[in-house]
Design a protein around this ligand. Structure first.
Ligand SMILES: [Zn+2]
Length: 354
């Protein structure tokens, strides 16, 4: 069967060990066949992985292109290549930048794509949003197409440095503070809550936080992190907004990015730390959250992310509050002075629990 309709949700989803060489067989099991495939990857590790993948297909039906960067100009260059051939499937092999570029290309060319991540580090894996840099060098979130399939080879993602998996484990903490913010917005602003999206987001966080063996060498834990990130992406797609997984902790994180204090910090680690503080602001911080952060090596204090953060708390608060108009959170319920006061209380709470 030639699958022509653009996917709204992935129809193929596989997470397993050593499945990279079975991708052709997985497509056949789903009765899918493609005449001309373009594999897009990064230029280092993911290029090696894509060469291994191409060996699964007839060479005449499979071409390869390197994605140089995730800019809108690069999207245009690749779009021209795609439109001059008759490709009927795109396969993205790589990290977030490659996956986002291909998601956007998929929308612009109306050609379905498969995602084969080589790194798991946040919840952008399954979402109809692509984060790209525009001609002015600024980051933009643009509409994109969901992958028709996601295939995750555990042996491949485990070869990436462990900090990426730690970041993915940290990003999930934001689901808890974000859903508390959603409840606040519902009470104060009558913002509707999609209960399925809410539950998906919450359960993916609790599945990880209550996991018995939170060890990055444990494949069952790695699988749980991946499922957590995928369910977070599905929650956002169902809600039609990032609300289920993005609240006050993401607003503060964006402010820190904007002020230039997040150099070399991975998004998931940054929001994980900020979630703990936002849960404290919401009076929802529990021992189990702190225990989870300690076990996954997520810093407890924002100051441990970057020592400059504590001197700029006032600015971070004001900027965070104004950065996304309409996203009502705990930050709208307190004054700048209260925020600084609460930070001091949080600091002593943490030093008394360590
Ligand atoms: Zn995030």
């Amino acid at each position: 069967m030639i699958f022509k309709q653009l996917a709204h949700l992935p129809i193929i989803f596989k997470v397993d060990e050593n499945i990279l060489d079975q991708i052709g067989a997985i497509l056949r099991q789903h009765n899918l066949s493609f005449g001309s495939i373009l594999v897009l990857s990064g230029s280092s590790f993911s290029e090696q992985i894509s060469q291994r993948l191409i060996a699964n297909f007839d060479k005449r039906e499979c071409k390869h292109e390197v994605v140089q960067n995730n800019s809108t100009q690069e999207v245009q260059r690749l779009r021209n290549i795609i439109q001059s051939h008759r490709f009927d499937l795109l396969i993205a092999v790589g990290g977030g930048k490659v996956l986002d570029t291909v998601k956007r290309l998929s929308l612009l060319t109306s050609i379905n794509h498969l995602s084969i991540p080589t790194i798991i580090s946040n919840d952008g894996l399954i979402s109809p949003i692509a984060v790209l840099t525009n001609e002015q060098g600024k980051t933009e979130s643009l509409p994109a197409t969901m992958p028709m399939g996601v295939i995750i080879d555990l042996d491949v993602v485990n070869r990436a440095p462990i900090k990426f998996m730690r970041a993915a484990a940290g990003d999930i903490l934001s689901n808890i503070s974000a859903t508390h913010d959603w409840v606040i917005a519902n009470k104060k602003q009558r913002e509707p809550i999609n209960d399925i999206a809410y539950e998906l987001s919450r359960s993916s966080a609790s599945g990880l936080i209550n996991f018995s063996d939170t060890n990055f060498q444990n494949k069952a834990f790695i699988r749980q992190i991946i499922y957590g990130q995928v369910n977070s992406g599905l929650a956002m797609s169902l809600a039609g907004t990032s609300r289920p997984c993005s609240g006050s902790e993401h607003l503060l994180s964006h402010a820190i990015d904007h002020l230039g204090y997040s150099e070399d910090l991975l998004h998931g680690i940054q929001v994980g730390t900020l979630s703990l503080f936002c849960l404290f602001l919401q009076k929802k911080l529990k021992k189990v959250h702190l225990e989870y952060a300690k076990k996954t090596d997520i810093p407890l204090l924002p100051n441990d992310l970057n020592a400059k953060i504590e001197n700029q708390l006032s600015e971070i608060f004001e900027l965070g509050k104004s950065i996304r108009v309409g996203r009502y959170t705990i930050l709208d319920e307190i004054s700048n002075e209260e925020f600084l006061d609460e930070y001091e209380k949080y600091r002593s709470h943490i030093s008394s629990t360590i």
